[in-house]
Design a protein around this ligand. Structure first.
Ligand code: SF4
Length: 294
């Protein structure tokens, strides 16, 4: 649904044609690795094994990429380590923390809501969903995002639909660094400076924000979602999709369908090289993150 709202042509490539990009967006690696670190922590892994996990994940990424991308990954790895090692969120005390599995619940007709939150926590008989965001947004922009994010509304709506009592969503925000590499600085020196900066300026990098949704907001979300679903069905039936070129570079990265989007008939060689058929329906989570931050 998020994809349809952003660009109907992207929706078509992904869910109608079923082309799944083989190379995942490198800009999403950082968010993914940091999320994995939290998940491992809440599943009981110790500090050293989480740090080894982060390093191993980047080693794997480096093995797949061109030499020209290696420097960016060295810097990204240092960022992920800085983000993880200095985060204040794991010191929060709750009565219980549950790492969430993917949920798939019926909505209307054959339509299902498929989603995965980062965690569910309980404190003093109140229940909260946890959503972690790795973002470049400053505090004001991030606060605004939390106020209206459909991702949050979707989570609270879906949980209440299954009879769960959920008060709201706690956002744990981790900012990307804004540091610039010095002219004489090597990639390793710059990487070390980034890791240190997370330790020196935690107030800049970490933020915690609670988002609520009123019953009116949840009802309006349900109405809007029903309309969107019927629009989606109509477009699929009539094969009616169009490009929203303002979305091609959303979130500072190139749309994964750029290679085939601007020719009337996609080049079969490009299709074979960059996409695989049939993998798209198993990756709702990634799409969700692209829609917010990573
Ligand atoms: S390249 Fe742009 S227009 Fe084409 S699918 Fe992606 S976002 Fe849409």
């Amino acid at each position: 649904m998020t994809l349809g709202k952003a660009c109907w042509m992207k929706f078509k490539f992904r869910y109608v044609d079923d082309y799944f990009p083989i190379e995942r967006n490198k800009n999403l690696t950082l968010g993914r690795v940091v999320h994995e670190a939290f998940e491992l922590h809440y599943r009981g892994a110790d500090k050293d094994s989480i740090i080894s996990h982060i390093s191993r994940r980047y080693k794997e990424e480096m093995a797949k990429c061109e030499m020209t991308d290696q420097e960016a990954l060295i810097i990204d790895r240092a960022t992920a380590l800085g983000m993880w090692m200095n985060n204040p969120f794991i010191r929060e005390r709750y009565d219980s923390v549950e790492v969430e599995e993917e949920k798939d619940i019926p909505f209307i007709g054959r339509t299902r809501l498929i989603y995965k939150m980062d965690a569910k926590v309980k404190l003093n008989n109140h229940c909260w969903l946890i959503e972690r965001k790795v973002t470049s947004q400053d505090k004001r922009k991030f606060d605004n995002f939390c106020r209206t994010s459909s991702q949050v509304t979707n989570y609270i709506f879906a949980e209440r639909l299954t009879g769960q009592s959920v008060d709201g969503v706690i956002f744990e925000c981790i900012r990307r660094p804004l540091l610039r590499k010095g002219v004489t600085e090597t990639a390793d020196e710059f990487a070390r400076r980034i890791t240190r900066d997370y330790n020196v300026r935690p107030d800049f990098y970490y933020d915690r924000k609670i988002a609520y949704r009123s019953q009116d907001e949840l009802d309006l979300f349900a109405e809007d979602t029903k309309k969107l679903i019927s629009e989606m069905r109509r477009r699929i039936r009539k094969n009616e999709f169009y490009r929203n070129t303002d979305h091609c570079w959303a979130f500072n990265s190139e749309c994964p369908y750029m290679k085939i989007c601007f020719s009337k008939i996609p080049d079969p060689l490009l299709l074979e090289l960059y996409y695989v058929k049939g993998g798209g329906h198993n990756d709702n989570r990634i799409e969700e993150r692209q829609s917010g931050q990573s």
